[in-house]
Design a binder for this molecule. Structure first.
Ligand code: RTP
Ligand code: MG
Length: 145
């Protein structure tokens, strides 16, 4: 009996408004592809409050929640579905620590991000943190997939 081929893993990546504004979308997509992951879907959009409240539901009530939603509506977001074995933790490794001051050099946040003294940390990218989050978030940002 032969083993089934594993179902290909998918994650949701967002290039946040700071990344789009700074012209880093291409560099961030380049790093995802250079790592060997496949871009399955890409969309530039203006996120609505309803979408962001669902996307960040786990953070509702935290002190940074409203500044975070404001920041995420400060310009267009590039939403990406990336695919490949291990892509969920793999993209989190590429992204680096949440705080760009602490993120290791070599990571997206460590190489390209910094503290700008804003109300909420601007850290260039989002990546799903678990298979459950990935499924939920992909259905929010790409309902047709
Ligand atoms: P993300 O969800 O965006 O990939 O980032 P993450 O997992 O590294 O961080 P998470 O804890 O999920 O927080 C989501 C986003 O909220 C903002 N944040 N600000 N104390 C703060 O000022 C603070 N904590 C979180 C960041 O934009 C973070 O990416
Ligand atoms: Mg998170």
């Amino acid at each position: 009996e032969t083993a089934e081929a594993p179902v290909t893993e998918r994650t949701l990546v967002l290039v946040k408004p700071d990344g789009v504004r700074r012209g880093l979308s291409g560099e961030i997509l380049r790093r995802i592809e250079a790592k060997g992951y496949t871009l399955r879907a890409v969309r530039l959009l203006d996120a609505t409050p309803a979408l962001l409240h669902k996307h960040y539901a786990e953070h509702e009530g935290k002190p940074f929640f409203e500044p975070l939603v404001e920041f995420m509506m400060s310009g267009p977001v590039l939403a990406v579905v990336a695919e490949g074995e291990g892509v969920i933790p793999g993209f989190r490794s590429l992204a680096g620590a949440t705080n760009p001051t602490e993120a290791a050099p070599g990571t997206i946040r460590g190489d390209l991000g910094r503290d700008w003294g804003t109300a909420v940390v601007q850290n260039l990218v989002h990546g799903s943190d678990s298979p459950e989050s990935a499924t939920r978030e992909i259905s929010l940002w790409f309902p047709e997939l």
